[in-house]
Design a protein around this ligand. Structure first.
Ligand code: FAD
Length: 401
C-alpha cells in the first residue's frame, strides 16, 4: 500500500538520517518486530530495555511509512470525545484510555531525555474549540466530562480565545494543560540508533513474506529468501495490517497537511498550544520548532493513492479558506503540502493485543488521531505480553471488542 504522497515535510527537512543493511543470512531472536516506524521503534526500545534479543525489520527504508507523513500532535484527547466514549465502552474504559494517552505524553518526554533526543519534543497546551453555535452544548458537555474525570481543563469563551491566540469567530473551547509536539520521524530514527548501539539488530528493505507458526516459536520467511526463527513476533505494521488481517476492523481515510514558510514573529501567539476544532472532519494546527504553522485535516474515505494525491491542491485551498476565517490578518505562505493514509476505528481506540489467527504474536496498531500516544501505551502492554501478563487496557484495545 502506498501510505503517503511524495514530499512529506519531515522527509525533506531531515533527509535520509540513517540506512541499515537488508537481511542476508538466517537469524534467531527472542522477539521479531515487523515494521520500523515510530511504533516499532518505541517497542524495540522497550524490548531492549527488558533484555530480549531483538530484531526489527522493515520492507521500506526505516520510518518511511506513515511516520514520515505524521503531523505529530501528542494529545491525551482521543478522536471520540470522553462523554461519547463513556457511552460506547463504559466509564472505566473511557477514562483509563484518556489517562493512558495523558501518561504517554509524560513517558515520551522521559524517553526523549533518556536518549538525548533533538527531535524537538515540546510540552504544549491544547485547545479544542468550536466556531459553530450548534456545537457549543456538545463541547461544554465534554468540558464537564473531562473535569469530572480529573483532567486539568479550563473553559475559554470567545473573547478569551481572541485575546490569548488572536483567533476570530470561535465561540468557546476547552483548554487542556496536557499536550506536546515532536518530529516523530527524527525521534523514531533516534530511538533506533540508540538501541542499535545496545544490540538491537535492524534490517531495512527486508519484507516479511510469510510465517510458519510452531508451538513455541515462529519462522518468518523474508522476500530475500532468509529465515528468522523467533519466540515472539510483534507486528507494528501500521495501516498495512488491513492487508494481513482480513477482519473489518479499521476504515482507511485520506488525510492532508500543509506547512507554512518559517514565520516565527507572526505565529508566536500560537506556539505554545495545539489547536483542533469540532468540525467533521476536524481541522487541527500547531507550530513546528523551526517556526512554521502546520495545519491538517480534510479527511476523506480512502479509495486509492492516486485519488488521494489528486486532491492535495483542492484540500490546501479549502484548509486555507478555513484558516483565513480564524486568522483574517495572517498571510499563510505554503512551503509543503502532502497527503497520507490513516485508519479510523469505531471507538477511536487502537488495536493492541493478540489475534486468534496469529500464534505467539502481538499487534501494536495505534490507529486514529492519537496513533503515536497509543503506540507509547503499547510499549507497556507489549512488555506485559512478553511476560504472559494481562494489562488493564487489554479489554478495551483487543480485536474482539
Ligand atoms: C497526515 C497524517 C497526520 C497524522 N497526525 C497525527 C498526529 O498529529 N498525532 C498522532 O498521534 N498521530 C498522527 N497520525 C497518525 C500517525 O502518523 C501514525 O499513528 C503513526 O505514524 C503510525 O506509525 P507506525 O509505526 O505504526 O506505522 P508506519 O510508520 O506506517 O510504520 C509501519 C512500517 O511497517 C512496515 N511494514 C509493513 N508491512 C511489512 C512487512 N510485511 N514486512 C516488513 N515491514 C513491513 C512499513 O514499511 C512501515 O514502515 C497522522 C497520520 C498522518 C498520515
Amino acid at each position: 500500500m502506498d501510505l503517503k504522497s511524495n514530499e512529506p515535510f519531515w522527509l525533506v527537512k531531515n533527509g535520509l538520517l540513517a540506512s541499515y543493511p537488508s537481511l542476508k543470512a538466517d537469524e534467531e531472536c527472542d522477539v521479531l518486530i515487523v515494521g520500523a516506524g515510530i511504533t516499532g521503534s518505541l517497542i524495540a526500545h522497550q524490548m531492549i530495555k527488558d533484555g530480549y534479543k531483538t530484531i526489527i525489520i522493515d520492507k521500506r527504508e526505516i520510518c518511511n511509512g506513515s511516520t514520515s507523513a505524521t503531523t505529530s500532535m501528542l494529545q491525551y484527547e482521543i478522536d471520540v470525545p470522553l462523554h461519547e466514549l463513556k457511552e460506547k465502552i463504559g466509564i472505566l474504559g473511557a477514562v483509563e484510555s484518556y489517562k493512558a494517552c495523558s501518561k504517554s505524553i509524560d513517558d515520551l518526554k522521559k524517553i526523549a531525555v533518556e536518549i538525548g533526543s533533538e527531535a524537538g519534543f515540546t510540552k504544549k497546551s491544547s485547545l479544542y474549540f468550536t466556531n459553530e453555535k450548534k456545537d457549543i452544548t456538545y463541547l461544554y458537555k465534554e468540558f464537564e466530562a473531562r473535569n469530572a474525570a480529573g483532567f486539568r481543563v479550563q473553559w475559554l469563551d470567545e473573547k478569551q480565545i481572541q485575546d490569548k491566540y488572536g483567533l476570530e469567530h470561535t465561540l468557546g473551547g476547552i483548554l487542556s494543560e496536557q499536550g506536546a509536539s515532536i518530529d516523530a520521524f527524527k525521534f523514531a530514527h533516534e530511538l533506533l540508533d540508540f538501541n542499535f548501539k545496545k544490540g538491537l539488530q535492524i534490517f531495512d528493505k527486508t519484507k516479511m513474506e510469510s510465517v510458519k507458526y510452531f508451538k513455541d516459536f515462529s519462522e518468518v520467511a523474508t522476500a530475500g529468501g532468509c529465515k528468522i526463527k523467533t519466540k515472539r513476533i510483534i507486528y507494528c505494521i501500521g495501516y498495512e495490517s488491513k492487508e494481513l488481517i482480513k477482519d473489518n476492523f479499521v476504515n482507511l481515510k485520506s488525510t492532508f497537511a500543509i506547512v507554512s514558510e518559517m514565520d516565527d514573529s507572526n505565529i508566536s501567539k500560537l506556539s505554545e498550544t495545539l489547536f483542533w476544532n469540532t468540525d467533521e472532519p476536524y481541522l487541527y494546527m500547531r507550530t513546528t520548532d523551526d517556526g512554521r504553522l502546520l495545519i491538517g485535516g480534510g479527511d476523506e474515505d480512502f479509495r486509492n493513492p492516486e485519488k488521494r494525491d489528486r486532491m492535495i491542491a483542492k484540500k490546501e485551498k479549502e484548509t486555507l479558506k478555513t484558516l483565513s476565517k480564524l486568522l483574517p490578518e495572517y498571510e499563510f505562505y505554503t512551503d509543503f503540502t502532502w497527503a497520507g493514509t490513516f485508519g479510523e476505528t469505531k471507538d477511536g481506540l487502537p488495536y493492541i493485543g493478540t489475534h486468534k489467527k496469529f500464534k505467539n504474536s502481538y499487534f501494536v496498531l495505534g490507529f486514529g488521531g492519537n496513533g503515536i500516544t497509543f503506540s507509547v501505551t503499547g510499549m507497556e502492554m507489549a512488555s506485559h505480553f512478553m511476560k504472559n501478563e494481562e494489562h488493564p487496557l487489554t479489554e478495551f484495545f483487543k480485536f474482539e471488542r
